[in-house]
Design a protein around this ligand. Structure first.
Ligand SMILES: [Cu+2]
Length: 104
């Protein structure tokens, strides 16, 4: 029983280690890069490198989120929960678009 628990713990740790971080910088009213590939469990780190507030939200079925008001210099982390195409926009600057292809 003890061995099974330690095997399960190792499996959970391995899954956590596989998750990757993807940095998306908001600069000059654009997402850089504006298209990324990620896996379920990966973290998207939004870094506001402009001198004014941004936002990032998605109405996509795969990963709905809204980070709210993101101040200059602020980092916000969003974890991808489901596979699918995630279209991200900034509620403050409608010209800003990011596509995240999330795989299993
Ligand atoms: Cu913006």
């Amino acid at each position: 029983m003890k061995k099974l628990v330690s095997i399960l713990a190792a499996a959970v740790m391995a899954a956590a280690l596989q998750a990757a971080d993807h940095v998306v910088v908001q600069k000059d009213k654009a997402f850089h890069p504006n298209h990324i590939k990620a896996k379920v469990g990966d973290r998207i780190i939004f870094k506001n490198d402009d001198g004014f507030a941004h936002n990032a939200f998605s109405d996509s079925e795969a990963d709905e989120f809204d980070i709210g008001m993101q101040k200059p210099g602020q980092d916000v982390v969003v974890v991808m929960k489901k596979p699918g195409k995630v279209e991200v926009e900034c509620a403050i600057h409608p010209s800003m678009h990011l596509t995240i292809d999330v795989e299993k």
